[in-house]
Design a protein around this ligand. Structure first.
Ligand code: ZN
Length: 383
């Protein structure tokens, strides 16, 4: 298996590079126009139709990378269009360049060709060089203010000896392993930062869409810069722990998540916006790539009923208060978060070939679309 990671550093583009980025964006947009016009979106067909229309002054590998970039955009556009037929015409707006060929890293410098046999050099900082040493560099992405270099290595997937279930809650994530250890990672700071920015944004009064986009994207960036390190900290610890025990990681599948927290579900407005604002997707992304790098298996399962089933005996209709659950069958008091995380870890076990055989049969069939919707049965609300 090939594992990928990316290292990023800040830099200022020189006027020469800026011209290159601009030209690259123009090429991508030409390819997109060709793709829309002729209704093609596969990489191969698009290359055949658009290659000859691209500027001959550009090295051919930039032309190929532009086509591949356009293919990605066209693919996303197609998907978006299925959902919403009024999706507007796609185009590459951001100044950027991605290339898998032509560059070279030597003596602490990244060498990029601008024209045949004419190069520009970007100095790599010590962190980047340290990260990249001894690994295969796959591609380079340049934008106006940053340089990202993606690198790879071959990993062998570790056959999991157990699982860690990760459950998310309002202010924390809880991990529970097959061997019984439970850890809680406090992320209340992240939710607080997000809530603060929500308030700040709600106070924006000017009726000017362009200003609004500009100001909001600035806040978005600031918020990201503060929240992501917190998530990185948690995801690193989760992955490190799984690595030392050679465990797989089990997380909740997120599709349809917004349906869980929306108007009319009997939750407060603040609770809903905090649950929906949670960067759980980002945390999952980080855990997934970090685990992939270490060769750990990552499994997504449905989180349905994880806080209604007893994680000790499997009894199916636990009742309890906000934080505590009590099982009438085995008589255990359970912490709600801990119970849910344990149940997730147990669900992961079903996927392993030497897991409990009977358990595999218990996997509930979920009706389409009914996954996380609130049901009204017999006048009683239940999730
Ligand atoms: Zn029980």
């Amino acid at each position: 298996m090939l594992a990928l990671k990316t290292v990023r550093q800040k830099h200022e583009v020189s006027p020469e590079l800026l011209r290159l980025l601009d030209e690259f964006r123009r090429m991508v947009n030409v390819c997109i126009a060709v793709g829309i016009e002729e209704n093609v979106s596969s990489l191969k067909t698009l290359s055949l139709r658009s290659y000859h229309r691209l500027s001959r002054d550009m090295p051919s590998y930039y032309r190929l990378c532009a086509i591949s970039k356009a293919t990605g955009i066209l693919h996303n556009h197609r998907k978006a269009k299925k959902k919403n037929p009024r999706t507007r015409f796609p185009c590459a707006r951001k100044l950027m360049l991605t290339t898998c060929y032509g560059f070279k890293i030597q003596n602490g410098l990244l060498r990029l060709p601008v024209r045949p046999r004419h190069y520009v050099y970007v100095k790599l900082n010590s962190h980047t060089l340290r990260v990249l040493s001894g690994l295969n560099v796959r591609s380079v992405t340049l934008t106006r203010e940053s340089l990202s270099i993606s690198y790879s290595k071959e990993t062998v997937e570790i056959e999991p000896e157990g699982y860690v279930g990760i459950d998310r809650n309002l202010d924390n994530v809880t991990s529970a392993s097959s061997d019984g250890t439970v850890k809680t990672f406090d992320l209340s700071k992240a939710t607080r930062i997000k809530a603060d920015y929500r308030v700040v944004k709600s106070q924006f009064r000017r009726n000017d869409v362009r200003m609004r986009t500009q100001v909001f994207s600035k806040y978005g960036g600031k918020q990201r810069n503060r929240v992501h390190p917190l998530l990185h900290h948690a995801s690193k610890r989760i992955v490190d722990e799984a690595k030392t025990r050679r465990y797989g990681i089990v997380m909740e599948r997120l599709t349809g998540m917004r349906r869980l927290y929306r108007r009319g579900n009997g939750q407060s407005r603040n609770y809903r916006s905090r649950m929906n604002g949670w960067s759980y997707g980002e945390l999952q992304r980080q855990i997934e790539y970090k685990a992939g790098w270490e060769g750990l298996r990552v499994i997504y399962v449905s989180a349905r009923n994880t806080s209604r089933h007893c994680s000790i005996c499997g009894y199916k209709t636990l009742e309890g208060t906000e934080r505590q659950l009590w099982c009438p069958v085995c008589g255990t008091f359970l912490d709600r978060d801990e119970n849910a995380a344990r149940n997730l870890a147990a669900r992961g076990l079903r996927f392993s070939p030497n897991g409990p055989p009977g358990e595999a049969m218990v996997e509930e069939r979920e009706p389409e679309n009914a996954t996380l919707i609130l049901k009204v049965d017999g006048g009683k609300l239940s999730r």
